[in-house]
Design a protein around this ligand. Sequence first.
Ligand SMILES: NC(=O)c1ccc[n+]([C@@H]2O[C@H](COP(=O)([O-])OP(=O)(O)OC[C@H]3O[C@@H](n4cnc5c(N)ncnc54)[C@H](O)[C@@H]3O)[C@@H](O)[C@H]2O)c1
Ligand SMILES: CC(C)[C@H](C(=O)O)[C@@H](O)C(=O)O
Ligand SMILES: [Mg+2]
Length: 366
Amino acid sequence: MEKTIAVLPGDGIGKEVTESALKVLQAIGRRYNHRYHVNTGLIGGDAIDQKGHPLPQDTIDLCENSDAILLGAVGGLKWDQNPSHLRPEKGLLAIRKHFDLFANLRPVKAIPGIISASPLKEDVVKSVDMMIVRELTGGLYFGEPKRKTDNGAVDTLVYSREEIERIVEKAFELARLRRGKVTSVDKANVLESSKLWREVVEQKKLKYPDVELDHLLVDAAAMKLITNPSMFDVVVTENLFGDILSDEASVITGSLGMLPSASIRADGFGLYEPVHGSAPDIAGKGLANPAAAILSVAMMLKYSFGMETEASSIEEAVFSVYEDGYCTSDMKQDGYRVLSTSEFTEKVIEELERESVSDHILSAYV
Ligand SMILES: NC(=O)c1ccc[n+]([C@@H]2O[C@H](COP(=O)([O-])OP(=O)(O)OC[C@H]3O[C@@H](n4cnc5c(N)ncnc54)[C@H](O)[C@@H]3O)[C@@H](O)[C@H]2O)c1
Ligand SMILES: CC(C)[C@H](C(=O)O)[C@@H](O)C(=O)O
Ligand SMILES: [Mg+2]
């Protein structure tokens, strides 16, 4: 199969982890005889510096002409004092909105080979396997009015019924393919938008009698994520709650550097990126954990290209590296050897090549 991918490395460790992700993508291409054509574009701080805009038109064109988008991360101290429209993060919000990428899937799984990296007890985290479904193109991020003056500031939390319906439907559909449970997270004891959210969830539930549903207020959900994370299967929530809860949930794995994500449009077109940011504190030092970016490639193969076997190969290869006793410094544990970003990536590729050799041996016998 041939696919064209728009690659937007962005800023800070975004560049480093994207390089890793692309090496793994090419290794998968070699193993399964696919051709992945990669076209690189600017987004975020670099785009502001070089083109005067966080999401230049030629980057949009590049993405329009691709089968999927792979993104690193944006942001950095250099641009933190810029006016709102010239902030790197604006580029990220704009690309999500432009492509109508309303469904943000953020899987959180305990990593069997390195459970001890979590600061939580092994018994609490060992069977965690949840999918956070975050609404990505509405809510406080985009609502108008939005402005700041010297004496005050306003952000607007607005949702239409339709916007809620489509994300909730996505969550119920995903639950059917998983363990059949949806937890909807809101703040319906205070917010009008959450009252509508809960009403829509209850209405949608009628279409999915086979799916179990519960509701949690976001403050309690934040607590349960740490005390009883294995109670969750699919978690569906609005934009800002999903942003916060997913960083919190990364603690279950041991590091924010472990969480991949997919941001998907109704027709399946998607943007894939790690949940983490540009990490200015470790950028340029070879310390970044590339697992989230590599696993984002796996999500791209699965959700945009239907390449489930290839996606599983990547996931297995990453997990095997931990089982073999290697990790990056964010996951540092007694008994594990700490590798740099590029060394870790090479180990993942070695695993993929090893799996490939055993496939050949196996097929010689079948
Ligand atoms: N999707 C994105 O592009 C995205 C997401 C979050 C934050 N940001 C931006 O990134 C910049 C930094 O934000 P922040 O520091 O709050 O969040 P961050 O996610 O960049 O980093 C938070 C902490 O996690 C660590 N970390 C993150 N990813 C890691 C990885 N792969 N390996 C090892 N450690 C990792 C960092 O070193 C840091 O200590 C800001 O400009 C912010 O707006 C961008
Ligand atoms: C950088 C920022 C705009 C972004 C968000 O809040 O959505 C990030 O935190 C994320 O989780 O992707
Ligand atoms: Mg975030």
